[in-house]
Design a protein. Structure first.
Length: 282
């Protein structure tokens, strides 16, 4: 097995790591990941399996069921395992590059640095992340992407650009999660968009309504009241799952793994990609 360890940022590394270690920016770009592109191309110069266009033309849509192993595996001289050391934004950048290069057959391990929604989704909380990443087995999971061409690693939010109450609609498959028009002066216990996370099984996406703005500042009385009531900035009862999430509104703020899109959008879609991730996880 060929191992590439991508240290995104300045996280400390254990001694005597196998494979090749690449020191990259905290959120690597396409040029930073060229060696990953080259490693994939070296192992599989031509992909003999069905293309994305051929998969999408299949009438039975088997790729949208339980995630499965990559069909390219039997054509590889050896496995390629990429271990990402960094935050969720770094993992998103690497998955995005793999998706765009169409080599999602490569195995992906993750050693989280700091708070990580992806680590929770992949069951890495409390685990020895290095042990799992280097010695664990692959358990395929759906890859969730946006129509902006960005892979979702841990979590995404769809909110109002000014972080006020949300105006617009958010739909999970055919279920209306949010349909709302903003009201003046609402600070919390309103409708402030939605948070979504990738699942490790079909259908692929879980989403809930947000009941507070991201930048809400509570008074001490409000903090005590919320602590006593056990309330959350997310409406757990609104949970919906599906293969796709579509949102529309006059001015949407879309953030993927903590990276906010540079300008407001009127619509955005998150959906399950045609190929699955080959995730190394417990």
């Amino acid at each position: 097995m060929r191992v590439l360890i991508l240290r995104c940022g300045d996280a400390p590394l254990p001694d005597d790591l196998p494979g090749t270690v690449l020191d990259l920016p905290a959120v690597p770009g396409r040029r930073n990941l060229k060696l990953l592109d080259d490693a994939a191309a070296n192992l599989l110069p031509e992909d003999p399996t069905p293309t994305l266009d051929e998969i999408s033309a299949q009438p039975d849509v088997p790729h949208l069921a339980t995630p499965g192993p990559a069909p390219q595996a039997e054509h590889l001289p050896e496995a390629l395992r990429t271990v990402v050391v960094g935050g969720d934004a770094a993992l998103s950048a690497v998955l995005t590059r793999m998706m765009r290069g169409d080599y999602l057959w490569a195995e992906v391990g993750f050693v989280p640095v700091g708070e990580s929604a992806a680590a929770r989704s992949w069951g890495l909380t409390g685990a020895d992340a290095w042990q799992v990443a280097l010695n664990g087995t692959v358990r395929p999971a759906p890859l969730i992407r946006s129509d902006l061409g960005i892979a979702l690693a841990g979590s995404a939010t769809i909110r109002a650009w000014d972080d006020g109450e949300f105006t617009g609609e958010i739909i999970v498959d055919d279920h209306v999660l949010v349909r709302h028009e903003a009201r003046d002066g609402v600070r919390f216990d309103g409708v402030f968009g939605a948070r979504l996370v990738p699942m490790v099984d079909a259908p692929g996406i879980a989403a809930v309504r947000a009941t507070e703005p991201e930048t809400v500042s509570l008074t001490w009385r409000e903090k005590i009241a919320r602590r006593l009531s056990g309330s959350s900035p997310l409406d757990a009862d609104s949970l919906a799952t599906g293969r796709a999430v579509q949102a529309g509104g006059p001015s949407l703020a879309v953030a993927i793994d903590g990276v906010r899109h540079k300008r407001p959008l009127e619509r955005v879609t998150f959906y399950r990609h045609l190929r699955d991730l080959q995730v190394v996880r417990p």
